[in-house]
Design a protein around this ligand. Structure first.
Ligand code: F6R
Length: 242
């Protein structure tokens, strides 16, 4: 795993955006894997700024998001559909038919998971996948204990993940208990992965990622077996490594 150490969240966002823009410009038909949450917010702002200043086009780009809550409609302000529209898609020229997120309202969730994996495969996989990391080491919503062989599936969120995400909801009670998430094996099929981490609350997870064995109790540890992963982390996230 290559490590890029940066000063702060702002620098992390810029570095990640630079790599994404380079990918989009080199291959305007790329497929990007995208994440939500606090980590990529600055990166999406950088992409929008670049789009406005340099007209980098996303007309032929396709995207697959990592995850979506079960039970939230796309227009629910807490859904990841809504987050992506607000934070990125509404501000660039990507056609809506090129945007893919799991459907958390699907009647048959298992069939929806299969559909999602099939579609990723049909479109020849993900060129560049963006990842954040949970404080408990999750990637996507693959919580500790998830099989490394997992495909897109329904995940029961841990209390710590629900608490970490409660900041976006009115109360912890409103945070869904389940999500649809790309599986670990789905993520590992990506040709390149950018893992991002900023802030002291991520320091423990980053420390474990490097110093503990590859183990299903630490989902992100599997990234050490992939041959094209770059961690972009700020000083605080790397603070336990010294
Ligand atoms: C979001 C996702 C999650 C987050 C992780 C970190 O799509 O897949 O794995 O990346 O929970 O969340 P933040 O960035 O809010 O600290």
């Amino acid at each position: 795993m290559k490590i890029i150490r940066v000063k702060d969240d702002r620098e992390m966002s810029k570095q990640a955006a630079r790599r994404i823009i380079e990918q989009v410009r080199q291959n305007p038909e790329s497929t990007l894997g995208l994440a939500t949450g606090g980590t990529p917010e600055g990166t999406y702002k950088e992409l929008i700024k670049d789009y406005q200043e340099n007209q980098t086009s996303y007309k032929q780009i396709r995207t697959f998001n990592l995850d979506e809550y079960v039970g939230l409609a796309p227009d629910d302000p807490n859904s990841y559909h809504f987050y992506m529209n607000q934070n990125l898609f509404d501000h660039i020229d990507i056609p809506s038919e090129n945007i893919h997120l799991p459907n958390g309202l699907a009647e048959d969730l298992e069939a929806e998971c299969q559909r999602y994996d099939d579609l990723i495969a049909e479109l020849d996989g993900i060129d560049l996948q963006i990842l954040g990391i949970g404080e408990n080491g999750h990637i996507g919503f693959n919580e500790p204990g998830t099989s490394f062989q997992s495909h897109t599936h329904v995940e029961t969120l841990t209390e710590s993940t629900r608490e970490a995400n409660a900041r976006y909801f009115e109360s912890l009670r409103d945070v869904p208990t389940h999500a649809l998430t790309m599986g670990i094996s789905t993520i590992l099929l990506s040709r390149e992965i950018l893992l991002m981490a900023s802030g002291e609350h991520k320091a423990e997870a980053i420390y474990k990622l490097f110093y503990e064995d590859v183990d299903e109790q630490m989902p992100a540890s599997i990234l050490k077996t992939h041959d094209n992963v770059t961690l972009i982390a700020d000083e605080q996230a790397l603070s336990r490594m010294e």
